[in-house]
Design a protein around this ligand. Structure first.
Ligand code: NAD
Length: 456
């Protein structure tokens, strides 16, 4: 996919290789004493590109993790940050573990030890390498990482910024947990603001009433499905999880399904829904939008030709293989690529990191000042017009933006701008064949410019 973009560009010889290479990848093996035994764990932290420091990227806990995957995901982080124009290089980490096989106490011990091993090598560090949650990890793990790091280096005033995605009471930021799903919503909203793009996907209108099939009801999938159905009127008609899929033509109440999944460790048995044991077969179901939000490689050579969705929003990282990508493009399927679509998480992570370095929450200084100004405007209007300002407008004018409102505004702005930059490249260059190539071109041009000005 990278090469396809490079072929449309004219970079100085060798620069593409410099951008493509993964700069380093550490493999760590460390033992942990659990209740009745010792166990050795394997983890990785890859640094793909340090053209900007710190490098940024999640840590996943998965028993199928391997070095190749970590390096590929680190590369994706480099491009993702460049696409949404936030000042980070790309990194990624993984621990080869199935977290479901360990108690909370054991996971804490393992995570704290993993953090020590990473910190010793500057692979967790507020100005060098800043991890975040990914598959199998969440704010709980980020809290443990942050606490371990700050215990090791209590003298670092910016220590809290060593990791993002922390709980709010440990220096996290409002809106981070749902940020990736929220970004998927904002990205899709922007797509639907462009009727030509919607028509290219053989669709029309807005998100209202669109039938969505989603795979994965984890952090990203749950929030994307919740916001798209509750706020945009889309219908989540099929949910694919580990244990199969459930379908309902009327669309699901996502909160109810999530509760069922939490209680039953799967979707099976959800009342009133049609259950299919072979969940992945429903990636091929008839729908308007397919949102893979679980794993990579789920749309591949074997099923690509059968995918009926005219629009795929890649909420997961790498859900469509290169071979499948080619097949789908031939078919006319529009794909909103992962490096853009799921960049909401890293965007809000950036806000969190800035907040940690500044050690002040967003909106703290301005909020009441804004409210007072709003009140002054209302007073002036009422005096001049001699009529009361309606309560709804009064409420809006006298509510200063708090941190959550500012985070949402910044994320919305980021997702809108980035989509427009991608589509401008796609629409203005004949040799750029799809949105993914356009996204890569945008990223590579930005990184190349940086390297060229640095003199590399
Ligand atoms: P998660 O662990 O919270 O959720 C993954 C979900 O997928 C779980 O509900 C799990 O049960 C389900 N799942 C696992 N295997 C499945 C299978 N074979 N079929 C159907 N469902 C299956 O992970 P997440 O954080 O939501 O991440 C999902 C994807 O999004 C990953 O590709 C990740 O790299 C990417 N991503 C996550 C973030 C983030 O902020 N969390 C940011 C960017 C990208």
């Amino acid at each position: 996919m990278f090469d396809r973009a490079i072929d449309t560009m004219s970079l100085p010889p060798g620069l593409a290789d410099q951008i493509r290479s993964c700069n380093s990848c550490y493999q760590l093996k460390f033992g942990v004493k659990l209740d009745d035994r010792y166990e050795v764990f394997t983890g990785w932290r890859a640094v793909h590109s340090e053209h900007i420091l710190p490098v940024k990227g999640g840590i996943r806990y998965a028993d199928f993790a391997n070095q190749d995957e970590v390096e590929a995901l680190a590369a994706l982080m480099t491009y993702k940050c460049a696409i949404v124009f936030i000042p980070f290089g790309g990194s990624k980490g993984a621990l080869k573990i199935n977290p479901r096989n360990y108690s909370e106490h054991e996971l804490e011990k393992i995570t704290r030890r993993f953090t020590q091993e990473l910190a010793k090598r500057d692979l967790v560090h507020p100005s060098l390498n800043v991890p975040a949650p990914d598959m199998g990890t969440g704010e709980r793990e980020m809290g443990w990482i942050s606490d371990t790091y700050q215990n090791l280096y209590p003298e670092q005033v910016s220590g809290m910024g060593c990791v993002t995605g922390k709980p709010v009471h440990l220096g996290g930021i409002g809106g981070r947990t749902e940020a990736t799903g929220r970004g998927v919503q904002f990205g899709l909203r922007e797509f639907f603001r462009h009727p030509e793009d919607v028509a290219r996907a053989k669709l029309e209108g807005t998100l209202e009433g669109k039938r969505i099939v989603i795979q994965g009801l984890g952090n990203v999938g749950y929030h994307a499905a919740k916001f798209l159905s509750e706020e945009d009127g889309a219908k989540i008609v099929t949910i694919i999880e580990r244990d199969g899929a459930i379908s309902s033509a009327d669309g699901f109440d996502i909160e109810a399904v999530k509760q069922h999944v939490n209680e039953n460790r799967g979707v099976k048995g959800f009342p009133g829904a049609e259950y299919t044991e072979d969940g992945s077969a429903l990636l091929e179901a008839d729908c308007d939008i397919l949102i893979p939000a679980a794993l990579e490689g789920v749309i591949n050579q074997a099923n690509a030709a059968n995918i009926k969705a005219p629009l795929i929003a890649e909420a997961a990282n790498g859900p469509v293989t290169f071979a499948a990508d080619e097949i789908l493009r031939e078919k006319g399927t529009v794909i909103i690529p992962d490096a853009y679509m799921n960049a909401g998480g890293v965007t809000v992570s950036y806000f969190e990191w800035v907040k940690n370095l500044a050690r002040i929450r967003f909106g703290y200084l301005e909020r009441r000042h804004e409210e007072r100004r709003g009140q002054l405007i209302i007073d002036a209007l009422e005096k001049m017009l001699n009529t009361p300002v309606p309560q709804e407008i009064r409420d809006q004018l006298t509510t200063g933006a708090d941190e959550l409102a500012l985070v949402r505004s910044g994320l919305d702005d980021t997702m809108r701008n980035a989509y427009n930059e991608i589509r401008n490249i796609f629409n203005s260059r004949d040799n750029v064949v799809d949105l993914r190539t356009a996204a890569f071109v945008l990223a590579i041009e930005r990184i190349a410019k940086k390297y060229e000005s640095m003199g590399l």
